[in-house]
Write a protein of this length. Structure first.
Lengths: 116, 114
């Protein structure tokens, strides 16, 4: 495997289900990100992890719970979601910059989530 | 704070015609600029980036972009498009040390017609 991989690619879940999205990066990076991409809306940054520590959490509802057990893996645990949470969830990784402020991100293919 | 504006939400163009996708940014610090492409049902792929040096940057698939500091722009161009270039294109900026990720524009849908 190369780059950033995400599983599953598609997920349909009911509002009472619990599921998890998985992301793995094979680039040796030390920062990972979750984004939400909804139709007709800009990309929304959800969470940022750097060196396995959460460093940014952009007012995301508690029904989304991230986990970063090591620098290569990132999870997004989902429970009691709403239909408006249906979207493409994208994972990305980058190397914490030597140059202050430079974040060159590499993206996975995304998980298409449908909440019924 | 930093922000990105992509002035066109959709750009229709005929095959083999030239195209320009516009991007303007706002930032109080020095910036790094990126263009990403997203094909249907896929993630974002890095097309090109400006970090420093020459203001004309060449990327993959025949695309190039020019950094214009005085106009705070980073427009993407291709001299002759193909049907396969049909996709969503995102401009992004980083450089604000208070923001530990890229800031993206809202995207431009390039529709190449035969």
């Amino acid at each position: 495997e190369t780059g950033v991989t995400q599983t599953p690619r598609h997920l349909v879940m009911g509002m009472t289900n619990k599921k998890s999205l998985k992301c793995e990066q094979h680039l040796g990076h030390n920062a990972m990100y979750w984004y939400k991409q909804s139709a007709k809306k800009p990309l929304e940054l959800m969470f940022v992890y750097s060196l396995e520590e959460r460093v940014e959490n952009n007012s995301v509802p508690s029904r989304f719970s991230p986990e970063c057990p090591n620098s290569s893996h990132l999870f997004l645990h989902l429970h009691t979601l709403q239909p408006e949470d249906s979207a493409l969830y994208l994972c990305a990784s980058s190397q914490e910059p030597r140059d202050r402020g430079l974040y060159e991100q590499y993206f996975g293919p995304g998980t298409r989530l449908t909440v019924t | 704070a930093q922000s990105v504006t992509q002035l066109d939400s959709q750009v229709p163009v005929f095959e083999e015609a030239p195209v320009e996708l516009r991007c303007n940014y706002s930032s109080s610090v020095s910036v790094y600029l990126f263009w990403y492409v997203q094909y249907p049902n896929q993630g974002l792929q890095l097309l090109l980036k400006y970090l420093s040096g020459s203001t004309l940057v060449k990327g993959i698939n025949g695309f190039e972009a020019e950094f214009n500091k005085s106009q705070t722009s980073f427009h993407l161009r291709k001299p002759s498009v193909h049907i396969s270039d049909t996709a969503e294109y995102f401009c992004a900026v980083s450089g604000d040390p208070g923001r530990r990720a890229l800031t993206f524009g809202s995207g431009t849908r390039l529709q190449v017609q035969p």
